[in-house]
Design a protein. Structure first.
Length: 605
């Protein structure tokens, strides 16, 4: 027989590295856990509820044993009332037996396949219209037609896993490992058995009246995952002894093909993550193939050195396990830079082995020689990157453009500006791109176009000169703008008196610009030439307008030139008190500009 040649075409999902961060050994992925019974006195009991069984039945289990004794996998059988069933193994072969109310002991006949070979096999016993059948790995191996088309299968005997007991016959304890036990209250077809045998089922599946996944038997309780929830318990053993890692061919999804003519035929399956496996070039002697997909990390990554995350893998199960060749193509929907392919027999095997592989045209090509196996790829790839940051900015602003990566030390960067950092700052319009390269040499690129909104022409001078106290109009009118002045006003223009320092924030198309204006007061004195200090509150003091109080020096003289009043900071308060009416002469002096303003003022009483 030539060596089987398997070609694996694998592309990982859009993740930075597939496979596991560090090797770990976990539980319940894939086939999860099973229970191992010693064939001496271990078994499980589930009470005597009939669970709705009447005239038809299907009982299924994954088993692994090398015992050629007479032992029962599942039984709910009452010899005295002559009702019930037994899924059993004797002399290494499987059969379905029981009584149907006719007074006769029924036997499907034993399987042609020896199931006590130390490998995992799927058993299914079916009763339908008086026909008792036994299936091994989805293949009908034997059947007996009783002619009793309305069998009575219901009884009040306990449902047992791993035993059958009758006082005159004693116990028939099962010796081996068992997993994924199911009982249906109807007869499944061969196609239905094949459709379900390599995948888990929803708890709400119609007509499923007992479902023992056996993944968790904490406290000795065996959970019934059917809608009935009729749980059971271990007998004469403990969870720490009975619980083992399962190697049954069970995934979350599965597909299959049974044929005796494989020429030109293939079978394929795609997982939810986009990974896909297909099988073709199947050798003669293969009666069927199952592919199952486990949508979880493997329970162990021993032997896989790569870092990263790959949350799924595929398995292949060949019914009756013939040693024939077939080619496997394993692929998914993204490119990669480097990859390795790993294989193990089943979920119970801790260590994965690397298959010799090469990369060609975006494929991993490997060769394997097993007909039962699970496959996973360590793939180094780069997920798509995205430059983050605004695509528009306001004139005069600086924005930051960045690329987010899980661990920046594992990447190198090259921007269109020449920068080699994970982020840059820009203030000009144009296209900017970055190339990011990981340690495996994968490079991805992204670009962004930046548009600068130009600052509008705002008609507001930076400085306006006006006489002190003079009201000045400040106009910042700009098309399609909103405004807020430093005094809280929101109109395009405002009036202020000199002197004043004002700011206005003008928002146009999402951009806000701030302009300042200084209203500078000039000396524009308006000096009266007469005062009437008679105490009537009108024109009683010498008030100079157009200049700020307390900023000018004032000197007043009488007509003979004698100084009668002087103030370094005149406050408009001189009233010629105690002075006679007449003409007086003044001189204002500005300390700021050194200007002088001279003239006369008449005091009238």
């Amino acid at each position: 027989m030539p060596n089987p040649k398997l070609a694996f075409n694998i592309i990982a999902p859009l993740l930075f590295i597939s496979i596991i961060l560090t090797p770990c050994i976990c539980n319940a992925q894939g086939a999860g856990r099973a229970i191992e019974l010693d064939g001496v006195n271990d078994y499980a009991e589930f009470g005597n509820n009939n669970r709705g069984i009447t005239v038809q039945l299907t009982v299924e289990a994954w088993i692994k044993t090398n015992s050629f004794g007479h032992h029962h996998v599942v039984s709910k059988y009452n010899r005295d009332s002559e009702n019930g069933f037994q899924l059993l193994i004797q002399n290494g072969k499987a059969c379905l037996a029981g009584r149907d109310g006719s007074g006769n002991y029924r036997l499907s006949g034993y399987s042609t396949t020896v199931v006590a070979d130390g490998n995992w096999h799927h058993l299914a016993g079916v009763v339908h219209q008086g026909v008792w059948m036994i299936f091994v790995d989805g293949i009908l191996q034997n059947q007996f037609t009783s002619g009793y088309v309305n069998p009575v299968l219901n009884n009040s005997e306990n449902l047992l896993l791993g035993n059958y007991y009758y006082p005159q016959l004693g116990n028939h304890f099962y010796k081996g490992t068992v997993d994924e036990v199911r009982i249906w209250k109807r007869a499944l077809s061969a196609e239905e058995i094949r459709q379900n045998m390599c995948r888990t089922l929803p708890e709400t599946t119609p007509d499923l009246i007992a479902y023992f996944k056996l993944d968790n038997i904490a406290g000795g309780v065996i959970t019934d995952h059917s809608a009935l929830k009729l749980h059971g318990s271990l007998r004469n053993t403990t969870p720490s002894v009975a619980a083992v890692t399962s190697g049954a061919a069970i995934g979350d999804l599965s597909t299959y093909l049974y044929t005796d003519a494989w020429s030109g035929k293939s079978i394929s399956m795609q997982g939810p993550d986009g990974n896909k496996i297909s099988i073709d070039s199947v050798g003669a002697g293969t009666v069927g193939l199952h592919i199952y997909h486990v949508n979880a990390r493997p329970n162990s990554t021993q032997g896989i050195p790569a870092t990263g995350s790959n949350d799924s893998y595929f398995g292949i199960f060949t019914p009756l396990l013939p040693a024939t060749q077939h080619k496997i193509n394993y692929a998914a929907g993204s490119s990669f830079c480097a990859a390795q392919l790993y294989e193990r027999r089943d979920n119970a095997v801790t260590a994965w082995s690397e298959l010799p592989a090469k990369l060609a045209d975006g494929l991993i090509m490997g060769v394997s020689t097993v007909s039962r196996g699970e496959y996973i790829a360590s793939v180094q790839t780069m997920s798509g990157i995205e430059i983050t940051g605004p695509s528009k900015l306001c004139e005069g602003d600086i924005i930051s453009l960045a690329v987010a990566t899980a661990n920046s030390t594992e990447y190198s960067y090259l921007w269109s500006t020449g920068a080699a950092t994970s982020s840059i700052e820009v203030g000009n319009s144009g296209e900017y791109w970055v190339e990011v390269t990981n340690s495996a040499g994968c490079t991805v690129k992204d670009s962004i176009t930046i548009t600068v909104n130009p600052q509008p022409d705002i008609p507001l001078k930076e400085e306006i000169i006006a006489c002190y106290g003079e009201e000045v109009l400040l106009d910042a009118s700009t098309a399609n703008a909103s405004y807020i002045w430093s005094n809280g006003q929101t109109t395009p223009s405002i009036k202020v008196a000199a002197p004043a320092e004002m700011r206005v924030a003008i928002t146009v198309a999402g951009c806000t610009y701030t302009k300042s204006v200084s209203v500078v007061s000039d000396e524009c004195p308006i000096i009266p030439n007469i005062i009437t200090p008679n105490g009537d509150g009108k024109n009683d003091t010498f008030v100079a307008l157009g200049i700020e109080e307390n900023t000018m020096q004032l000197h007043i003289f009488d007509r003979l030139g004698k100084s009668v009043y002087q103030a370094a900071q005149y406050d408009n308060s001189w009233s010629a008190m105690d002075m006679p009416a007449g003409t007086y002469y003044y001189q204002f002096t500005s300390p700021r500009t050194q200007r002088t303003y001279k003239g006369w003022v008449e005091v009238v009483r």
